[in-house]
Design a protein around this ligand. Structure first.
Ligand code: ZN
Length: 435
């Protein structure tokens, strides 16, 4: 099934979607041309940038969601977009006179008139470029009151990161979405899906993030904002959300070069959950911030390896409403299955699903397959919940392979997990070892 990008825009719209008509020709003057980007955006300007691009069509269409500070709302501004990508060119070596292949940076800077709302999704079109693209955006002011460069956040290191999922894939997800949520939400909720990653870049991130958005949208259980901007974790910004979903993050979760800022954002997340809010994590959400032990305890464990692919799943908690989709049984599945190390512990976590190692066959092609085990206790959890202060945590390692995001039972598992962390779906979180 083909879905045109134009049809997808309402699907992926967040708070309001304004499709821009044909973008105006580049109109960047010396006054608002980008010159540099502050490492830490000045507090109180644009708080969020996130972007997506469709693969279909040229030029590429980017969805940019933002949350603007009051200081810029309603002002006549420019949305300045700088895209940098690499092309291979034959260049003459000045010393030897020989033509050599060289990677050259190509850049385009465009600006679009914009009157920022408090929060909105805008669609802009940029020239098509290869992977390896870095996009930087900021509001550029036209008055003295607003500095030419009011704020900027680098959106991505690689073009693929913010690509929208393929239309066909998204259509499969849409078809697999549960009709309703397990419970009616007690109040409207907002969820932040955080996609930043600085280590291995999972290509399922755009699909996973969109799936969380669609799960909330279709069921009416929450609204979603997708962002890779660590400044979303500033306490006053984070306060508007009821839960965070860590979507396959790698590297340092916040990675701010300023240690003080980093510490502030870390404390903000811990306080957020402890105060009664929710944290969910998918797949590589356990494969990041290894030096931040409090995060390991919060999410429930750290990645130890992914030795298994095809597995049998044990339903550890058939009574849990988070496992309702599995109807009391286990199932077979193929994904990149994680194993975990400390602080992973059944003394703290309520395990929902795990790998049934007894059913893991020795791979005839690779004798000794079971020797890939990396825990003497053979305990390989897949998903779990735990209480943290007054808040709740749900983690599920499924999600590396794209089919996970269109498997109905797993979508129901994620939906129920989200409703659990949001506080709507009640579940017994007594640690498995204390049952
Ligand atoms: Zn993976």
């Amino acid at each position: 099934m083909k879905v045109s990008p134009a049809l997808l825009i309402p699907l992926i719209g967040l708070f309001s979607a304004t499709a821009w008509a044909e973008p105006p020709a580049p109109a960047v003057s010396a006054a608002n041309a980008p010159t540099g980007f502050p490492a830490v955006p000045p507090k109180g300007r644009i708080i969020l940038w996130g972007a997506d691009a469709t693969k279909a069509g040229t030029p590429l269409t980017y969805q940019i969601s933002y949350l603007a500070d009051d200081a810029v709302v309603g002002q006549a501004l420019q949305l300045a977009v700088k895209a940098t990508w690499q092309v291979e060119k034959e260049v003459k070596n000045n010393k030897t006179g020989v033509m050599e292949k060289k990677k050259i940076d190509e850049r385009v800077v465009k600006s679009f008139p914009i009157t920022p709302k408090k929060q909105a999704v805008e669609t802009i079109a940029l020239p098509a470029f290869d992977k390896g693209t870095a996009i930087e955006l900021y509001f550029a002011g036209n008055t003295e009151k607003l500095p030419p460069l009011s704020n900027a956040v680098e959106l991505k290191k690689r073009g693929a990161l913010f690509l929208l999922p393929e239309a066909e894939e998204l259509a499969k997800t849409v078809a697999a979405l549960p009709e309703t949520a397990p419970v009616k939400p007690a109040k409207p909720h907002k969820v932040l899906v955080y996609t930043a990653n600085s280590g291995f870049k999972h290509d399922a991130i755009p699909l996973g993030a969109r799936t969380i958005l669609l799960l909330g949208q279709k069921s009416g259980a929450w609204e979603t904002l997708i962002s890779n901007d660590r400044h979303m974790f500033e306490p006053e910004t984070l306060a508007q959300f009821d839960a965070v979903m860590m979507m396959q993050n790698t590297g340092s979760l916040f990675g701010d070069p300023d240690k003080t800022v980093n510490e502030r954002l870390r404390k903000s997340l811990l306080d957020f959950v402890a105060s009664g809010k929710g944290l969910a994590g998918s797949h590589a959400a356990t494969d990041c911030s290894y030096d931040w032990k409090d995060y390991g305890a919060l999410i429930g464990g750290y990645f130890a390896g992914h030795p298994f692919g095809k597995i049998s799943v044990r339903n550890e908690d058939p009574q849990s409403p988070l496992n309702a989709a599995f109807k009391g049984a286990g199932f077979d599945i193929q994904d990149e299955m994680y194993t975990f190390r400390e602080p992973y512990s059944r003394e703290k976590l309520r395990i929902l699903l795990s790998i049934d190692i007894s059913k893991l066959p020795d791979d005839p092609a690779k004798p000794g397959f079971k020797m890939k085990e990396n825990r003497p206790d053979h305990d390989y959890a897949i998903s779990w919940i735990q209480e943290y202060g007054k808040g709740r945590v749900f983690y599920c390692s499924f999600g590396h392979q794209h089919h996970v995001w269109s498997t109905p039972s797993l979508l129901q598992h994620y939906l129920a997990g989200m409703q659990y962390v949001l506080g709507d779906l009640k579940a017994d979180a007594k640690p498995s070892a204390k049952k």
